[in-house]
Write a protein that binds this ligand. Structure first.
Ligand SMILES: Cc1cc2nc3c(=O)[nH]c(=O)nc-3n(C[C@H](O)[C@H](O)[C@H](O)COP(=O)(O)O)c2cc1C
Length: 196
């Protein structure tokens, strides 16, 4: 059975660059045999957090929120593609994730970070690690860091030169790690219901 992986990305900027990397992740995972899908926070466009998904009476959450809850519950693993604003996480993606809690539980997550410069979104990567753990995901130790993103992926998301080669190498190892944990968590959920 192929792994169902959701790839989250959350920049709302008109000239956003990280979409290249999010698309690269989805394309590469699908080429490896996974069932990967991009969840673009800007396209989903949840409201600024008021009620969490679980705080709505059953069947009364907005349609986009309900549909995403369903996808999260069905997934075997998650990738968070994150840029960095002033050493912090991007608010669009954080707003989307905060709408859910139990829906994330008992699955692995991997972090792919990027920036316009050489630091590759490392501060945001570290910040997401704690956040994803708090939300019940097991964060894999492999990470991917991309910087400068404009010199690594072209406008179509194709790898460029040496930086692109380095991304392809690190992403393959990262995807192997995520696949191993996705399969392990799926097998364990089938063997034994999660304790809560
Ligand atoms: C508000 C803002 C703050 C930024 N802060 C950082 C930062 O702290 N570190 C960094 O490496 N790049 C920073 N940048 C540059 C981003 O790495 C670059 O704009 C990147 O393309 C943003 O991702 P996006 O294009 O997907 O929105 C910042 C950009 C913006 C718009």
């Amino acid at each position: 059975m192929s792994d169902r992986i959701l790839v989250f990305y959350g920049s709302y900027r008109a000239d956003r660059m990280g979409i290249r990397l999010a698309d690269y992740c989805v394309r590469t995972l699908n080429a490896r045999g996974a069932q990967a899908e991009l969840i673009d926070a800007k396209a989903v466009d949840l409201p600024m957090l008021d009620r969490m998904y679980k705080e709505y009476p059953k069947g009364q959450a907005p349609a986009a929120m309900e549909a995403l809850a369903d996808k999260i519950r069905q997934a075997d693993g998650f990738i968070f593609v994150t840029g960095e604003y002033n050493w912090g996480v991007q608010p669009g993606l954080k707003n989307l994730t905060d709408h859910y809690l139990e829906e994330w539980f008992w699955r692995p997550a991997g972090i792919v970070s990027y920036s316009a410069g050489r630091l590759s979104g490392a501060h945001a990567s570290v910040a997401w690690h704690g956040t994803l753990s708090e939300m019940g995901m097991v964060v894999i130790s492999s990470t991917v860091t991309v910087g400068p993103i404009g010199k690594t992926l072209d406008a179509q998301g194709a790898p460029i030169d040496e930086a692109g080669k380095s991304l392809e190498k690190s992403f393959a190892r990262f995807a192997d790690d995520l696949a191993w944990w996705s399969e392990a968590a799926r097998a364990q959920r089938e063997r034994k219901a999660p304790p809560y």
